[in-house]
Write a protein that binds this ligand. Sequence first.
Ligand code: VGL
Ligand code: ZN
Length: 196
Amino acid sequence: MSDQHRFDPTTALVVVDVQNDFADPAGGLYVRDGEQVVPLVSELVGAAQNAGSAVVYTQDWHPASTPHFAKDGGIWPVHCVADTWGAELHPQLLVKGPVVRKGTNGEDGYSGFSVRNPATGETTPTQLQSLLVPSVRGLVVVGLAGDYCVKETALDGVRLGYEVEVPLRLTRFVALEEGDAERSVEQMRAAGVTVS
Ligand code: VGL
Ligand code: ZN
């Protein structure tokens, strides 16, 4: 059952982009029902902490102008601009671990583990993996959004050799196109992610 994760020190909880722009209905890239996951994620953070599991966070953190945004040639409305309200972690999120910012220098890409240079396509790792001690084998990936940063973080987690679980009640999907949520779930399962 997704609420009964057996957290222990070999499992880490990865909380993806629980920020105002995604989780608040007034946010720049509001993910429908995103606010519903915030108290549940906070509860899970408490459970993870009690069991000795590391908790790490990601934070989408863009410059005011970046090829990630539609106005600059990308596909997204302006969101999570550095040092704005929208980029802040949601006020109801319990923060009990390090926060990895991604996109800081105008990079693109969605995984918490890596960023992509939009000019060259080159990907470089973030600090996320280095924050996980080598005895960590399993990741529980939660947050926003299920079809972008959660999915890509989960897929990268599998590529890096982790056992990865994504509990659906702890994520929500952008679903730019109908069926995106279902396709994302399929893609994660096909890669070996336990979508619960
Ligand atoms: C995300 C779209 C653009 C996410 C970030 O956190 O899933 N989605 N930037
Ligand atoms: Zn973004």
